[in-house]
Design a protein around this ligand. Structure first.
Ligand code: CP
Length: 310
């Protein structure tokens, strides 16, 4: 399985990767998805390796998915809760990571609220760093699982019209999806209140809309982002009720999307804000398939980066 163009000990951002590297991860994840469909869902690929999960910001899906992926690969696992760690006593992140490394850890899976934290650490440590989301910067495994799900459904990414709707400004998912999808030849549209959709993305090759209908018509994939309530308090839009009316996907706006378009959401969902509760659970929704595919993608990523450790 590891006959590879992959040479990186870290996964930090899809911006860094070539098209070939992204496709290689997706192909590897397809193999790992088959492992999860077997009666015995475990392989010895990471036996003898120690993986530390350091989540300095809340997470449900990503943390559990990584931990299960590590178990399925037979790794030894240590979970560090930030609240119970010496980070609370003022220890620097680099010192924390150096101490973890001194215990012969091989890989660190890290979520952090500071954009760029994994990029800062990766060249300073021997162990591999896998970014599980850093601030508004990057969430590479989320984008990989999104793209995996699209490819599984349509058999291709090239030429797909993918509309990402919501708080683009603060979204690491939007940025990561954008880099991955553009590299693989998709057409990417961002839509949302103009305060939350920076026009600079046009330079990267994204179409930017400030009305929902234009983003929905012709879309093969509609990916809704979580509206963070604190943004409303900061005045980016008048109220969540108004956001739901103007940018929410619901039975009214649904008439604009193709009957075979996929509805996606990275989670956690604000039901009846960015997405109506009925549509979150409708046949076009692949939200839970995204979660299932996340396990295969994370197994592939851990397997590949572990293969490049010195
Ligand atoms: N999609 C995602 O990153 O969810 P969590 O914050 O629950 O990990």
């Amino acid at each position: 399985m590891n006959n590879t163009p992959w040479t990186r000990k870290d996964l930090l951002s899809l911006y860094d990767l070539t098209k070939e590297e992204i496709v290689f991860i997706l192909d590897t994840a397809e193999e790992f998805k088959k492992v999860s469909q077997r009666k015995i869902k475990k392989v010895p690929a990471l036996r003898g390796k120690t993986v530390v999960n350091l989540f300095v910001e809340p997470s449900t899906r990503t943390r559990i998915s990584f931990e299960l992926a590590e178990q399925r690969l037979s790794a030894d696992i240590i979970n560090i809760a930030a609240d119970a760690s010496s980070l609370r006593k003022g220890e620097t992140l680099l010192d924390t990571i150096k101490n973890i490394e001194a215990l012969q850890a091989d890989l660190i899976v890290m979520r952090h609220s500071a954009a760029g934290a994994p990029n800062f650490l990766a060249p300073r440590v021997r162990c591999g760093i896998v970014n599980a989301g850093d601030g508004a910067h990057s969430h590479p495994t989320q984008a990989l699982l999104d793209i995996f799900t699209m490819r599984e459904k349509f058999g291709r990414i090239e030429g797909l019209n993918v509309s990402i709707i919501g708080d683009i400004l603060h979204s690491r998912v939007a940025r990561s999806d954008m880099w991955g999808l553009l590299k693989l030849g998709a057409n990417v549209t961002f839509a949302g209140p103009s305060t939350l959709v920076p026009r600079e993305f046009i330079k990267a090759g994204v179409r930017v809309c400030d009305n929902l209908k234009d983003a929905l018509v012709g879309a093969d994939v509609v990916n809704l982002l979580r509206i963070q309530h604190e943004r409303q308090r900061s005045g980016f839009f008048p109220s969540t009720g108004e956001y739901a009316k103007v940018f929410g996907l619901n039975s009214d706006s649904m008439k604009y999307i193709k009957p075979d378009a996929l509805i996606m959401h990275p989670g956690p969902i604000n039901r009846d804000v960015e997405l109506s509760s009925a549509l979150a659970d409708c046949p076009q929704s692949v939200i839970l398939e995204q979660v299932t595919n996340g396990l295969a993608v994370r197994m592939a990523v851990l397997f590949l980066v572990a293969g490049c450790l010195k």
